[in-house]
Design a protein around this ligand. Sequence first.
Ligand SMILES: Cc1cc2nc3c(=O)[nH]c(=O)nc-3n(C[C@H](O)[C@H](O)[C@H](O)COP(=O)(O)OP(=O)(O)OC[C@H]3O[C@@H](n4cnc5c(N)ncnc54)[C@H](O)[C@@H]3O)c2cc1C
Length: 303
Amino acid sequence: MDPQIDQYKIDRKPHEAEVHDIMDGASRWEIKVHDHGMVALVDVMPRLVPKGKGSDFAIVQAARVSYGQGTKQVNEDRGLLRYLARHRHTTPFEMVEFKFHHIMPIFVARQWIRHRTANVNEYSARYSVVQDRFYHPGAESIRQQSTANRQGGDQPMDSLTAQEFCDWLDQIEKQYEKYEYFIEKGVARELARIALPASVYTEWYWKIDLHNLFHFLSLRMDPHAQQEIRDYANAMFALVRPIVPIAAEAFIDYNLESMHLTRLEIESMRTGKPLATENKRETAEWEAKKVRLGVQQAGATPK
Ligand SMILES: Cc1cc2nc3c(=O)[nH]c(=O)nc-3n(C[C@H](O)[C@H](O)[C@H](O)COP(=O)(O)OP(=O)(O)OC[C@H]3O[C@@H](n4cnc5c(N)ncnc54)[C@H](O)[C@@H]3O)c2cc1C
């Protein structure tokens, strides 16, 4: 080690303005999800923020480093932040970080882990015994396979089949007794777990910056995402919104509830001609967008 390191004098400066804990001194903020699931916010950076501001002050603070102090007078915090969000100046949003503790079924975790920009530490079923917790929707929540959307379902299943499905889940969950039995007999935990279903719960610590969290939320709060992961994404948004209120509002306005128009769609809108494609899915997407834009009635014949 360079001896110079011991010589450095650290100048510990006080805050320039009065600060408060954005989490109000709580050790964590929790929201229950489904039967055994949970989203808990355990830490935020920055956590100590100037009185009257949210953690999103760090976004404008970072942006002003690149724009220079000169812009400070002309840009209100909210205006600058919304400008950054609209123009995809994303790095200032990475200055805010969140650490979560999540408990979710493995089938939800499998979708979640595809998001590579978070730091994750997951419960190990090699070291520890898996707990007797399974995601078990009620019969009223059993969805029918959609014919329009090959990846999902939204309409309720008939009650008889729904009950039959729930009974099947009950039977599968009984397998937990066998898991315990083989653990007791000394089968390695890393093997004993392999017969447990994807409905069993896992948990992890998950840390992510605000830019990448918004990317995650835009995909997983979207109606195309599976309902179960949407429930977690919605709970996460509910937790971060009071921490970064201006950024959360900009996310809704410019991302989640905004709309991307392709060149073909802009051309069709401008000329009033049909979309210049023979692709049925692309045409259907444009029809749906026109309904959202209020320029066409739902179910109208495409032109
Ligand atoms: C509704 C829905 C259905 C899906 N269906 C399927 C499916 O059927 N099968 C399937 O396999 N997956 C599926 N996925 C997962 C999807 O394809 C993505 O893997 C997932 O949403 C993560 O997206 P991402 O890569 O943008 O996010 P993240 O991994 O969070 O990355 C964020 C951004 O960082 C950048 N980035 C991160 N890592 C890299 C890298 N290595 N190289 C370059 N850029 C990088 C990219 O710009 C990326 O958009 C589905 C996702 C959704 C939302």
